[in-house]
Design a protein around this ligand. Structure first.
Ligand SMILES: Cc1cc2nc3c(=O)[nH]c(=O)nc-3n(C[C@H](O)[C@H](O)[C@H](O)COP(=O)(O)OP(=O)(O)OC[C@H]3O[C@@H](n4cnc5c(N)ncnc54)[C@H](O)[C@@H]3O)c2cc1C
Length: 467
């Protein structure tokens, strides 16, 4: 396998479209029944659920267009999500979208014929009985042990593992180091978290069960299609390009004021706990964030291997050109991720927009860490057989916040996460991947959006009518 550096390719910054139909007339919505701060997946889902109950909802978004981390950006005919995104069938996100009449279409990942890389050598991934027998990744005893472990995972109960670290859980599954390494890679792949010493095993096992059971879908037109559908819900109005730094900023805009028993209810869906603390004034614990570097490549032809998982290298690559409208005719694309180990630093929920990419117009630009991160993922792309002359478009995001605050064994796993109610602020609720007792990633976002929306609707139904 060649290790020559890839040549620079023109890389354009992500551009916000000019404010268009999303911009609402400020005056006519001062009397909205509920307000939502943040137009990512969580804020828009909460808004859509409240609107479906018959109320008018005003959403305020800091950036000039909605979507947050679930936005899809178009570059010369390639549609790139903000890193590889898969919707978990049977998860909370699919269920809540179903309540809104949204049944996203897409394709399964190209896992058949997938590869695993260890020590720089590309092996067949042990994805089923046939490939387990044939792969050179593991010796005969390790293969038998992996088969035994995988067969048991199906029946195990995640709820019993909320106070157990993923590391301890894996240690209890097998004492064979090579098998442990493969299980760790599978947990990274399905949870997006490289932090077995911190992540609670209820998340790890649930994600593996979802990934191996009902499976996942790469969405047609990308995750931006969900954003478009949610934002188009009748009764939802969006004003983009306005930041609400504190609830007081909102108070001045809303007739009758916010919160309290008689005021207008508000959902704060601004990403993670640090941003929510700033807006609400309540000190939510920052927790530990899981970050990643992502590289999307537009290709002139399909890669040799369409699904490659690093076993001793925390990275993976997958062909994302399969869903509808993601690539121009005759082209392909792959999405790569490099997991940033969860290292005990505070959550990093301010980097969801991948601004680092804006200074990274070619492979030599940007700070050393950005150049190295990009080069590492380009080198990983070579495991899929991708060559320099295949790459026609690229987009690197250096540090994306995948989970703003992971569920940790030390705080009781998923059930230990905070609820949607903001202490001391009646009528104000938070939504995000760090909120509520169920789901991980977008599943937690949409489950908390549902809880917050239910609380807001109950609040609106119960409050005295003053106007
Ligand atoms: C690389 C990557 C891969 C991922 N892969 C998957 C996957 O495979 N499956 C999965 O389920 N999930 C995945 N996720 C997670 C998923 O994208 C997120 O959970 C989800 O998009 C978060 O939605 P959110 O609304 O909670 O937050 P955000 O998307 O962060 O949205 C918050 C919004 O609030 C706005 N905002 C912030 N502050 C203010 C303010 N003061 N005033 C007004 N607006 C404000 C922001 O601009 C933003 O639009 C992935 C994430 C990343 C980064």
């Amino acid at each position: 396998m060649s290790t020559e550096p890839l040549p620079p390719t023109a890389e354009r910054p992500v551009e916000d479209p000019p404010p268009g139909p999303h911009r609402a007339d400020r005056r006519d919505h001062r009397r909205s029944d509920a307000w939502v701060v943040g137009a990512g997946l969580g804020g828009l889902a909460a808004a859509a659920l409240i609107a479906r109950a018959g109320y008018r909802v005003q959403v305020i978004e800091r950036r000039r267009r909605p979507g947050g981390r679930a936005a899809t950006d178009e570059r010369r005919g390639f549609r790139f999500n903000r890193g590889p995104h898969a919707l978990y069938h049977g998860g909370e996100a699919e269920r809540v979208l179903g309540l809104l009449g949204i049944a996203p279409t897409g394709v399964a990942p190209p896992a058949r014929g997938g590869r695993m890389v260890r020590g720089g050598i590309v092996h067949l991934a042990p994805g089923g009985p046939g490939s387990l027998v044939r792969t050179g990744l593991l010796g005969p005893r390790d293969k038998a042990d992996l088969a035994r472990v995988l067969a048991r995972l199906d029946r195990a109960d995640p709820h019993a593992l909320s106070a157990t670290t993923t590391q301890r859980w894996i240690d209890g599954l097998t004492d064979r180091p090579s098998v442990r390494q493969v299980i760790e890679a599978i947990v990274r792949l399905t949870s997006y978290v490289d932090g077995p010493g911190e992540l609670s095993a209820d998340v790890a096992l649930s994600q593996v069960q979802l990934g191996f059971g009902p499976g996942v879908a790469y969405l047609d037109r990308g995750w931006g299609s969900l954003i478009d559908r949610l934002a188009a819900t009748p009764g939802v109005r969006l004003e983009a390009g306005v930041a609400i730094d504190r609830l007081d900023d909102l108070d001045a805009r809303v007739v009758g004021g916010i919160g309290g028993r008689t005021g207008t209810p508000v959902v704060v869906a601004v990403g993670g706990p640090a941003a929510a603390s700033q807006v609400t004034g309540n000190a939510f614990e920052a927790g530990l964030g899981a970050d990643a570097a992502t590289l999307d490549l537009g290709l002139a032809s399909p890669p040799r291997h369409r699904f490659v998982i690093g076993v001793d290298e925390p990275a993976y690559l997958s062909d994302h050109g399969g869903p509808a409208a993601m690539v121009p005719p005759g082209r392909s694309s792959v999405s790569l991720v490099g997991y940033v180990p969860v290292d005990g630093c505070d959550g990093s929920d301010g980097v969801e927009d991948g601004d680092d990419d804006r200074s990274a117009h070619d492979d030599r630009s940007g700070p050393a860490a950005v150049r190295e991160g990009r080069a590492r993922l380009l080198a990983f792309a070579r495991h899929a057989g991708i060559t320099d002359d295949q790459i026609v478009e690229r987009r690197y995001l250096h540090r994306m916040s995948v989970v703003t605050s992971i569920a940790r064994a030390s705080t009781g796993g998923m059930p230990g996460r905070v609820g949607t109610a903001v202490p001391g602020l009646c009528g104000v609720h938070v939504v995000g991947d760090w909120v509520g007792p169920s789901g991980h990633l977008a599943d937690a976002v949409l489950a908390s959006a549902e809880s917050a929306a239910e609380a807001v609707v109950a609040h609106l139904r119960d409050r005295p009518v003053l106007r």
